[in-house]
Design a protein. Structure first.
Length: 308
């Protein structure tokens, strides 16, 4: 019987409409029943794609049917043993979903997603105390090269040069590395967590902060390669995070604040219109209700003191 159902499902998906009656009524014929629950073709619509083989389609549908049967069996037992109505919870969840979808549609229509550098700088300057680092970060450049390469010593000398690090020097190192290096990284303005740095270079240390402070020029050798890295700048945990490291984060914060402002304005506007149109009506003395609510804590304190 199971195979028959599965093959019928395949026919339905590939040829379509087979479960509709001949007079074109929209009512479906069920595939199977578990207690009072029925599984219909539309319930499994979309599981099978047109480019799938029959074998794969059968496997997917069979798995879905097995899970559905198991769920319905447990659900029936649960209904008979759990004496609780979930109508309020379901209605609350439904209301939340509807409200959320509407809010998102309003945000999509009204949100200005352009955020200027000046806005980001202003927010950063006003909220620096909120941008303390949770991890050590570094600005660095890096080259991995065959340790037998004749260019190793030259690249190392240029990278670890004591003279002022300039754009011209960086360009020279990049040119040489593009020819001889196995890997390289020269985005020297990008801040990286030191833990990410360790994924690039096999550094072993139990004290990140001490290692960073004591090792600005790094050379590590393995069986075949030399890893060269120069730490140009670093910042330690609990220091203020640099703006460039927080740029995307701040942009998202600003956009989120705009979203909240749009939703709050929409809520206030709708509330005002509803009040003007007399679509909000209190069937109790609202003022007295508020007074009573505020008086409850006082009464609780009084009862507790009497008991003591």
């Amino acid at each position: 019987m199971r195979k028959q159902i599965l093959y019928i499902c395949i026919v339905f998906f590939f040829f379509g409409g087979i479960f509709c009656s001949c007079n074109n009524t929209p009512k479906e014929k069920p595939l199977l029943r578990v207690f009072d629950n029925y599984l219909y073709p539309s319930d499994i619509e979309g599981l099978v794609k047109g480019n799938m083989s029959v074998e794969d389609s059968l496997a997917i549908i069979d798995n879905y049917i097995n899970q559905w049967i198991q769920q319905m069996v447990v659900l029936d037992k649960a209904k008979n043993n759990i004496d609780k109505s979930f109508e309020k919870e379901l209605q609350s969840y439904k209301n939340s979903l509807i409200t959320y979808e509407y809010e998102q549609s309003i945000v999509t229509q009204l949100l200005d997603t352009s955020v200027s550098d000046a806005e980001i700088q202003s927010y950063y300057s006003a909220n620096k105390e909120n941008f303390t680092l949770k991890n050590n970060i570094v600005r660095m450049m890096y080259v991995k090269i065959d340790k037998e390469s004749p260019s190793l010593s030259k690249i190392k000398r240029m990278m670890f040069s004591s003279r002022e690090f300039t754009e011209d020097l960086l360009v020279d190192i990049q040119k040489l590395s593009s020819i001889h290096a196995q890997e390289s990284f020269f985005d020297v303005q990008m801040w990286l967590p030191f833990s990410d740095f360790q994924k690039i270079i096999p550094i072993e240390t139990y004290n990140e902060e001490m290692y960073i402070k004591q090792n600005r020029n790094i050379t590590i050798l393995d069986d075949t390669s030399a890893y060269l890295a120069r730490i140009l700048e670093f910042k330690i945990v609990d220091e203020i995070s640099p703006l460039s490291f927080e740029y995307s984060n701040i942009r998202n914060i600003i956009l989120n604040k705009r979203k909240i402002a749009i939703i709050e304005k929409m809520q206030q506007d709708l509330l005002r219109v509803a009040e003007i149109d007399n679509n909000i009506e209190y069937f109790f003395d609202n003022k007295k209700a508020i007074e009573l609510r505020n008086d409850v804590p006082k009464r609780i304190d009084s009862i507790q003191q009497t008991e003591e």
